[in-house]
Write a protein that binds this ligand. Structure first.
Ligand SMILES: Cc1cc2nc3c(=O)[nH]c(=O)nc-3n(C[C@H](O)[C@H](O)[C@H](O)COP(=O)(O)O)c2cc1C
Length: 224
């Protein structure tokens, strides 16, 4: 997409209003990094409810993400109804049973070993809220979408960040295939399930796998 600092007069532009950090921006970035390093994927949730206003605010943050041609190719479906959560759990566990007993390669199962996951997904019922993210492969009027996966991936990253900053725990869940979500949640033909995110407070005795993250020296390359 061409960049243009001097748009034609036919295009509406408004002054850009930058966010101004109040203190030293390097200190703030480092502090923010420490906060984000505490984010973990949680698989043991408390059933403590999450205020609807919190969920709405988190989704509004996700919805502010950049997207190809500003098409905003996403829908966030919030599920708190117990009967619906139960239906989703049953359908997800059916797919996960297939995955763990037939579909997954030996290598994949070995790569998952350290997470201690299996076909049982009680968190789908225990977590007070599920956010099911659908990607729009076509606009509601049939129009073309651009860079859908990239756009929605960024939006979900922002959602996870906003949830973490609100003291909430999340699980990025991908029961595969996820087609059952389209049916259960009655979504239109231009939407495909993208991710299923249980969200809530961690159980009081919640434990997480002891994983490591690659150091900066391994992920940062300075090109010159
Ligand atoms: C695209 C994606 C799909 C994932 N799918 C699952 C899943 O289906 N079940 C699960 O328990 N964890 C899932 N995870 C969570 C990862 O296992 C987890 O992010 C990883 O082990 C790193 O742990 P951390 O999030 O605590 O840093 C997924 C994560 C991503 C980004």
């Amino acid at each position: 997409m061409p960049e243009n600092n001097h748009p034609p007069e036919s295009v509406d532009f408004i002054p850009y209003s930058p966010y101004q950090p109040t203190g030293d921006s390097v200190c703030q970035a480092r502090e923010f990094n420490l906060v984000m390093q505490k984010r973990r994927t949680v698989r043991d949730f408390s059933d403590r409810p999450v205020p609807q206003a919190l969920i709405e605010s988190i989704i509004a943050t996700a919805g502010s993400a950049p997207s190809g041609a500003n098409k905003q190719p996403w829908t966030f479906v919030v599920v708190t109804n117990h009967a619906l959560k139960h239906e989703i759990r049953v359908a997800a566990e059916k797919e996960e049973h297939e995955f763990y007993t037939r579909r997954a390669s030996q290598r994949w199962l070995e790569d998952l070993d350290h997470l201690g996951t299996d076909e049982h997904k009680p968190f789908l019922e225990i977590a007070p809220c599920l956010i099911v993210i659908f990607k729009k492969v076509r606009d509601d009027d049939g129009g073309q979408m651009y860079y859908v996966d990239e756009s929605i991936g960024i939006a979900v990253g922002m959602l996870l960040t906003a949830a973490h900053l609100a003291g909430l725990a999340t699980l990025t869940h991908t029961p595969s295939p996820m087609k059952f979500l389209t049916k259960i949640l009655d979504r239109p033909a231009n939407e495909r399930p993208f991710l299923l995110i249980p969200i809530g407070y961690p159980a009081s005795d919640c434990q997480v796998p002891d994983i490591t993250r690659k150091p900066l020296s391994e992920i940062l390359v300075v090109a010159d």
